[in-house]
Design a protein around this ligand. Structure first.
Ligand SMILES: [Ca+2]
Ligand SMILES: [Ca+2]
Length: 83
């Protein structure tokens, strides 16, 4: 998944188009498309990526999914949002 695809996944997940994604938006995007994921590890990753702790991920924070240790676990899952 490249940077463009990551931006596209962000746009798909950001259902209310406010420029931030919440854990609820991520979960709903994945579940709405029947994409299997581990809710517990997604929750853990979300908290780690939320560097300013405001409970939502900016596009910059979201780009952390592109970096290890998150990339191997989550990039394939997020890529399915674009399929
Ligand atoms: Ca949003
Ligand atoms: Ca944040």
């Amino acid at each position: 998944m490249n940077a463009t695809q990551l931006d596209q996944a962000f746009a798909v997940i950001d259902a209310d188009k406010n420029g931030f994604v919440t854990l609820a938006e991520i979960t709903s995007a994945l579940e709405g498309r029947g994409i299997p994921h581990d809710a517990g590890s997604m929750d853990t990753a979300f908290r780690k990526l939320d560097r300013d702790g405001d409970g939502r991920l900016s596009q910059a924070e979201f780009s952390g999914f592109q970096e290890e240790p998150f990339k191997s676990s989550f990039a394939p899952t997020l890529a399915k949002l674009l399929a």
